[in-house]
Ligand binder design. Sequence first.
Ligand code: HEM
Length: 479
Amino acid sequence: IYNDTKKPKNFPNGPSWLPVIGNLNIYKKLLGSLGFHHLVWCELSKKYGNVVGLKLGRNIVVCVLGPDAIKEVMTREEFDGRPDGYLFRLRTFGKRLGIVFSDGELWQKQRKFSVNHLRHFGFGKKDMDMKIEVETKDLIDVFRKQCDKPIEMQTAFDISVLNVLWSMMAGNRFSLDDIRLQTLVNCIHHTFTLLDISGGILNQMPVLRHFAPDKTGFNDVVYGIEKLMVFLREVVDEHKSTLCSSHSRDLIDSFITKMDQPQKHESFTDEQLLSLCLDLLMAGSETTSNTLAFAILYMVKYPEIQKRVQDEIHEAVGVNRWPVYEDRIRMPYTEAVLMEVQRIANVPPLGIAHRAIRDTHLQGRHIPKDTIILPCLYSIHMDKDFWKDPETFRPERFIGEEGKIVIPEKYFAPFGYGKRRCLGEALAKSNLFSFFSAILYNFDIQKDPEHPEIDMIGRDGVTIAPKPYRVVLHPRADY
Ligand code: HEM
């Protein structure tokens, strides 16, 4: 018990550790009053500095805040690992598989494979933008049918956003009223609200799942993952039965073909294929949908900014078509609005957890091997010294004197950076721009008169999601 309370020498500052629970008592109390995990770390950093160290159950967790400490974590090879533990393995057959929470050789091979093959199927190229155009058109058609009536907005983008990625992964798309897919995406949303990026209670004290399977979220997480896996297994089986080995239709085909090659890396297995698909689905849908839903919410809150975006769209493309991603060069204000949404909404406020792969130092403090490291992206996006008025929604902050976009990279990193930076950045940016500008081209977005209150404070979880809200879309005259 005494050893349990002993901190490693020169460990980052933080409160004393209790036996077994470590600092879970303090953490829980702060979370109860502040409501968000990232705010707990910000609060602790006021007392303990920019590198705060806690023990949460069996996990040692260090949160880094501010540009210098975050840069060290993102760019030093010792921090390129991802956490291991009960929760992370629960997703992937009790093993370390997938792409988001794997590391070492498996991660390198799988990341390289995914990037190369997604690119082959259009990722980051004109092909991808054309797929987005198709999805945008479909979604606008759906919205047109619901004009002048309140529409549920925080999940409105789910299937459209997923379709673009899915067409590269599995070669097809879903109808926007596909009930099964919407149920699966709802499972993803729900799972994200139950967990937090450090692993949460299921990783810190996995034994609790036996005593409180509902309260710890265990039952819901298992249910959600099983549902997704059943769906993915059907898709993979269908690919296997229709595969033509000389012609890959999509990423899944390429993976299956690779599994049959004698010189393949040992990580190309059935379980890894399912885990990779699960990770891409989860990482690719939630983040983009939430950002778009926040963007619409900000436009309702600030109609004068909405009007300015619409004026810019008009000037850049006229009235006969809506903007596509290529037009962004002539639409700096619209781009700045989306960047400002990413900065202020902080959809992944703590990024994705890293792990120290060996004993090392960070900002002069000792970090033991396997420490979970949380880069608090919120801390740079909301840095008072740099941004001056971080709580104010002011897109102009991203526009330089010559009217062009300026990105202060040290203080703006919604996709992270370094070797583990977001793999889907190109797709996310193109999705954000295309869906957002198409909606503003076609509609004036207004509050639901029956629910005029606008709640900008989201819901906590792995990512921050807006609370359910409705808006009314009015078709714009002449468009
Ligand atoms: C607005 C949308 C998105 C945001 C804000 C976002 C943000 C992030 C962040 C902060 C990370 C962690 C970076 C780090 O650890 O240093 C990450 C990783 C990742 N993202 Fe995204 N992301 C978005 C969209 C997407 C999309 C569309 C995909 C789909 C392909 C995707 C796939 C991934 C993957 C696979 C990783 C893990 C990369 C690795 O560990 O090597 N993301 N993302």
